[in-house]
Every structure is written in C-alpha cells, then in structure tokens.
Design a protein around this ligand. Structure first.
Ligand code: FAD
Length: 345
C-alpha cells in the first residue's frame, strides 16, 4: 500500500504525491478512548501486515497524553499527539482543521474512524476538505491482494446485500467502521512505539462554535456493546410483559436485555435495547434470541456473537441458520423452565 500516487490534496507542491501508512483516529471523550478505536487498531494491524506498512494513531484533545501507551499496546507503531485547549471537547471545526492539516502533511494511504456520533460528524467534513471519498458505516475491511487497495464492505439496500467499495483514485482511502464488528487485539504493554507531539495554532475563524455545557443523558443501564451475555426478545414475546420475563432471567444470568426492531416499534421496550443494522452491533459471548425471526437486519447486529441460542415456534425461522443451539417451541413455556434451571444450577 505504500508509495501509491494520488491526486492533489490541495497542498501546493511539485512532483508526484505519494501516500503511505494506515491511520486510526483515536477518538476520546473526557480522557477515555472509544472502544471502537481499539477495534480499528486491530484491523489496521491486520491490513498493515498484508501490505507491509505501519499503523499510526492520531490523538487529539487536552491532557490526553496518557492514552498514547494504550494505543501503542493495542497496535499503533506511532502516535501523533496534538494537545490544545480548544480540543478539550469535540467540536467539528477545530478537529477537522487539525486532522486535515496532519493528513496533508504526512499523507496516509488509509484513514479509519469509528462510525460513532463523532466519527459520523467528522469523517464527511474531512473527506470533503481532503477531496477524497468516504465509505461510511463499514462492517468489514480487507486489502485487494492484486490491486493493493482497500476493500470496504458495508450493508446496502436496507441491509439486503453487502456492497464492497473501493476508492482506486483518491487518497487517503477513508472509511468509518461500525463499533462492535471487529475483534480488538489483547493489549500488549511490551510493544514499543513512538509518540510524536505536534503543535498547531488554531486560527480564530476556525472556532465558530463554543461548547457552553455538556449535559450527560440520564444514565441508561443498557450497555449492549460491552455485555458478555444478551437475552433478546422479539415480537414472538407477544407484548411488554414478555420483556418482564426476560428481565428476570437477565438478572439471574447477569445478562443485558436486547430487542428486535419489531419489538421496539411495537413499543414493548425502549429503542436503546435494539440490536441490528439500525440498532447496536453486539458481540457477546452468549446471545439468546427469544421469539425473533432473524431478519437480515437483525442478524447484521448479532451474528458475530460467540454462542447463539434461539427459541422460536417456527422451525424454518432464519434465526436457526446462525444459531449454535436451537429450541423449537413456545417462548412462554421455555422461559420459566430456563429460569428454574438457572436458579438450581
Ligand atoms: P417477526 O419477524 O415478526 O418475528 C417474530 C418471530 O417470533 C417469528 O419467527 C415467530 O415464529 C416467532 N414467534 C411467535 N410466537 C412465538 C412464541 N410464542 N414463542 C417463540 N417464538 C414465537 N430489525 C432489527 O431487529 N434490528 C434492526 O436494527 C433493524 N433494522 C432495519 C433496517 C431497515 C432499513 C429495515 C428495512 C428493517 C430493519 N429491521 C431491523 C426490521 C427487520 O426487517 C424485521 O422486521 C424485524 O427484525 C422483525 O422483528 P421480530 O423478529 O421481532 O419480528
């Protein structure tokens, strides 16, 4: 992937422009790295080994230097660190300004961001500024062995097909990647890497917005992305009382309750519980699907779970195609038995 001639990035310079290396935007909030950053470093390492290049994390903020060792332990060879008072909380303009300057100076071949709220705000602005393409919301990345370009996979047509997109002419190749679809590497604190501090003056005209206050949403206890066990319900539960049963079993198992969009749209449970293409992407060790048909948009969010157990009255339900264990039966009969078994276990 190194040494690919690209089109102008807007930087006035003579001679061919070359691009090299894989960059990961190290998104952080209040000094805590977003989980997707560690996942991106994992996939960046894999891509780097296939294309004989290196991995750089770009860390912006204020008082965040301590995060560099975590980035190196999780796969970065180098960290570009920019600390500035104006970068304390995320804002579109100064973050775009700094990142586009860094990219124009060092010219990475690939730039990856998480498809988080911040990533979805920053990436399109940055792509426009750099005059390059962007594949948003990817669920898989690979390198074409012949062309040596990035193959970016994402759902298309409402999740009914997976499209593979390449950006052969413009650089850097940019993608946002959905959190939870890539397995992060175990940190290795013996890994060595360099931290390069960069300093920038941010012109006043860039600072067009001010953060007056950060209001935390009332803490929901739903943290599906980090849950080790999820017990999820669909329309087969028959109503909100079905979810009360799931909550009881969840408490016994130490699990988090998930839901299909069918159940969410019926108003039986809050949207923050939704798993799938338009909900959360999850990767628990155990996923128990109760009365969920297994539509492709639901599978897109949970099929990478370690072990999938499905309970459904319809033996031909698509959920059974991804299930490790399937129970054909009525969820209302099976759940009480399951609860009893867990209690006596
Ligand atoms: P159904 O498809 O109605 O399935 C209910 C299942 O319960 C059936 O298989 C039935 O056999 C079984 N059942 C019935 N009674 C019982 C019983 N007593 N015991 C056991 N089993 C029983 N869906 C998502 O989940 N997440 C998403 O993020 C998502 N995003 C979408 C995005 C787009 C653009 C579109 C078009 C759709 C999306 N959907 C999503 C919707 C998806 O296509 C399905 O409509 C939805 O997943 C169906 O939910 P369900 O499985 O609960 O309901």
């Amino acid at each position: 992937l190194d040494e690919v001639p690209g089109k102008s990035t807007g930087r006035a310079e003579e001679g061919p422009v070359t691009y090299a290396g894989i960059w990961v935007f190290a998104e952080q909030r209040q000094g805590r790295l977003a989980g997707v950053v560690l996942e991106l470093l994992g996939v960046a390492r894999e891509l780097a080994s296939q294309s004989n290049t290196d991995v750089t994390a770009v860390l912006l903020g204020q008082g965040v230097a301590g995060l560099a060792s975590q980035l190196i332990a999780c796969g970065a060879d180098r960290v570009y660190l920019v600390e500035h008072q104006e970068l304390t909380s995320y804002r579109t303009e100064p973050y775009t300004y700094i990142l586009s300057n860094l990219v124009q100076e060092y010219r990475p071949e690939i730039l990856l961001l998480g498809a988080t709220h911040i990533g979805c705000d920053l990436a399109p602005r940055l792509a426009r500024r750099l005059n390059t393409g962007l594949t948003a919301d990817c669920t898989g990345l690979a390198v074409d062995p012949e062309e040596k370009i990035l193959l970016q996979t994402r759902p298309a047509f409402g999740g009914n097909l997976m499209a593979t997109i390449a950006c052969p002419h413009h650089r850097p190749q940019m993608a946002t990647v959905r959190p939870g679809v890539i397995v992060k590497l175990e940190p290795d604190y013996t890994r060595k890497g360099e931290v390069i501090r960069q300093s920038y003056t941010i012109p006043p005209e860039v600072l067009r917005t001010t953060v007056l206050e950060i209001v935390q949403t009332t803490a929901t206890t739903v943290n599906l992305e980090e849950a080790e066990i999820i017990i999820a319900g669909g329309r087969g539960l028959g109503g909100p009382e079905g979810f009360r049963k799931l909550e009881k079993i969840a408490a016994l198992l130490g699990a988090t309750v998930g839901a299909s969009r069918g159940a969410v749209e019926a108003g039986w449970i809050g949207r923050e519980h939704q798993v799938g293409q338009t909900g959360k992407t999850v990767q628990p060790k155990l996923y128990i699907a109760c009365g969920i048909s297994g539509a492709i948009q639901h599978l897109a969010g949970m099929q990478r779970s370690g072990c999938i157990v499905a309970i459904n009255t319809d033996a031909s339900a698509p959920i059974f195609r991804v299930a490790d264990y399937g129970i054909v039966g009525d969820v209302h009969q099976i759940l009480p038995v399951l609860a009893e078994e867990i209690q006596t276990f």
